[in-house]
Write a protein that binds this ligand. Structure first.
Ligand code: ARG
Length: 589
């Protein structure tokens, strides 16, 4: 199906052509003056110069050709030459009827899907997930679903931080605490224990402890570096210990991501590419891209047009160690070889912008990826507390994701439990669903690059631009539809949408008709906030319509059935939208 805006533009373009003007002048846009009209066309203004004619006259010529239009119910020319338009109700209905029965509401099928690797989540092994990783997971999951809905093939990769000094630190501290473990005995030849000698909580306590200590104790730091080096060289015992750290940590991560309804296709990490780093570095050197600078191996990535300084990309440090940059480059090479992606999209904190500029330039310059491969970095802003500073616990520590989720679940449960009709078990499940919507919508409704204030009270409110408000609207529709069916109504899918009888009803219908244009745009701009804005508008328009219409008690069957059909389409569109945002609706709340 063609987009609604395209269909009405085409009608206008044909009128321009029929009146002897360039059809491309006939582009229609949504009205900037909704009090006067629904859509408008400013083409006559643009044509005045070309045709040496007053815009008003051009507009009149065009309007004359639209007298019998089935698309427009009113075509009004206003000085100096604007064409104000209203859509014929019957035409709008026909469009929605097609949309209602079409696959994906009439979004065109993707002929040539692009293969996208989406790099998001990015948690670090042995460190608790904190709120910074929340944004990457929430935004990434939604972008993945938007791209998939659009028809693209998306592979989501978590890109674990599982290599480098952080691992050496944990290993060193474990050795200090439990020196007799066989992992540390170079002479040990037997199998290592199956059970890890630590729990996830211990790991999470060990990392910050070790990190702090390494900054105060030079010898400790040197030992951590040494352990990192031995691990990367493949020391048998340290590898076995490292495997267990990963296992314990990943099990915990999976539980947390499951709570967020976030899933990954690949659980690769920085370590995945360890073995291809030497070859990559050697090739960069041989081909003349990399050179030595103060003992390190670097690739220059600055360009003449740079207004800001662009430092060279360090491939290997002077001691031969790989860096964050190195693993990202090698990962690109690995992805190119194994998946041939058309595009790679990275979702991280925007403070990593410089890093990705360097990495992208270096990958292009050294030919790690094909020239046509698209690379995007979506840098997101900080989640702040009410004080405008990065979100912290009450004690001032880094907020753990788990704690945050528990807080919002509790808040929501308090609200849901006030509805006495809902039994406790269902209330708990519902609270979790609504809390997730509150959390995700609170994040996604902001343009990703902006900082935002995490405000539990506002996010969990059933009113305003919030997740719970959207769910409340959906639940309201669900309850009307199920009552209609319970009271012996017809099969809902077979009902025909009627013609709009009020402006509230017509506004809701326009919202629905705009679905594919909105989804396309959200995909083009990788912008979940567009989906949020769309469903917020739709929910407002639905609620205005609902408040002025007695649907179930309507005696005129045709009218009532038309409304039920309209509600059902509204419900389906809203459900699709919240699914691409990454949450779902309860049956009641
Ligand atoms: N682990 C990193 C961090 O916590 C994020 C990884 C982002 N992805 C990437 N390919 N660099 O900051």
């Amino acid at each position: 199906m063609r987009k609604f805006i395209e269909v009405i533009s085409q009608e206008m373009e044909q009128a321009f052509e029929a009146a002897g003007y360039d059809p491309s002048l006939g582009r229609v846009t949504v009205s900037s003056r909704p009090d006067l009209c629904e859509y408008q066309c400013n083409g006559a203004m643009a044509g005045a110069k070309k045709y040496h004619k007053a815009p008003f006259m051009i507009a009149e010529d065009v309007a004359a050709k639209l007298q019998d239009s089935e698309v427009f119910s009113s075509v009004e020319v206003v000085r100096p030459g604007f064409i104000n338009l209203k859509i014929a109700e019957a035409f709008l209905t026909v469009y929605l009827m097609q949309m209602k029965d079409a696959e994906r509401f009439g979004m065109p099928a993707q002929e040539a899907p692009s293969r996208i690797i989406l790099d998001y989540g990015g948690p670090n092994v042995a460190k608790p997930l904190h709120v910074g990783h929340l944004r990457s997971a929430v935004i990434g999951e939604s972008i993945k679903r938007i791209c998939r809905y659009h028809g693209e093939e998306v592979i989501g990769d978590i890109h674990l931080g599982d290599w480098g000094l952080q691992m050496g630190l944990v290993i060193t501290e474990l050795q200090d605490r439990q020196p007799d473990l066989p992992y540390f005995d170079p002479a040990y030849r037997g199998d290592y224990p199956e059970e890890a000698p630590f729990t996830v909580s211990e790991l999470e306590e060990i990392y910050p402890y070790a990190s702090k200590k390494s900054k105060e104790d030079a010898d400790y730091y040197a030992r951590a570096m040494e352990a990192t080096h031995r691990l990367q060289e493949g020391d048998r015992g340290l590898r076995a210990l490292w495997d267990q750290i990963i296992q314990v940590s990943v099990t915990d991560m999976k539980r947390n991501y499951a709570k967020l309804d976030v899933t990954f296709d690949l659980w690769n990490g920085e370590s995945t590419v360890n073995d291809i780093i030497p070859g990559m570095a050697a090739r960069m050197k041989e081909e003349g891209y990399a050179h030595e600078s103060n003992g390190a191996l670097v690739v220059d990535v600055s360009e003449e047009t740079d207004s800001k300084e662009m430092p060279p990309c360090i491939i290997l440090k002077s001691d031969g160690a790989a860096l964050y940059t190195t693993t990202d480059l090698a990962t690109m090479l690995d992805r190119e070889e194994n998946y041939h992606p058309d595009r790679m999209i990275y979702i991280t904190d925007k403070r990593q912008e410089l890093h990705f500029s360097q990495v992208f330039r270096c990958a292009r310059k050294t030919g790690l990826i094909r020239p046509e491969t698209r690379l995007d970095h979506i840098g997101f802003g900080t989640m702040n507390g009410k004080d405008g500073k990065p979100f912290k616990t009450r004690e001032g520590g880094v907020m753990r994701l788990q704690t945050l989720i528990e807080d919002i679940d509790r808040e929501m449960l308090g609200k849901i439990s006030t509805n006495e009709e809902i039994p406790p078990e269902e209330a708990r499940e519902t609270a979790e669903k609504v809390a997730l919507a509150a959390l995700k919508y609170g994040d996604l409704s902001n343009q990703a690059s902006k900082d935002y204030i995490f405000d539990i009270e506002r996010f969990t409110s059933f009113e305003g631009d919030t997740g719970p408000y959207i769910l409340y609207t959906i639940v309201r529709i669900k309850s009307i539809l199920s009552r209609y069916s319970r009271e012996g109504g017809k099969e809902i899918g077979s009902l025909a949408i009627g013609t709009a009888r009020s402006s509230a009803e017509k506004n809701l219908m326009f919202d629905l008709a705009g679905f594919s244009a909105m989804m396309d745009n959200a995909y083009e701009e990788l912008a979940p906030h567009k989906v949020c804005a769309y469903i917020y508008q739709m929910s407002n328009d639905f609620n205005s319509f609902y408040h002025e219409t007695r649907i179930l008690t309507e005696e005129d069957t045709e009218k009532k059935e038309g409304w039920i059909a309209l509600l059902s389409l509204t419900e389906r569109v809203l459900l699709t939208c919240i699914d691409v945002l990454g949450f779902s609706a309860p049956e009641r709340m």
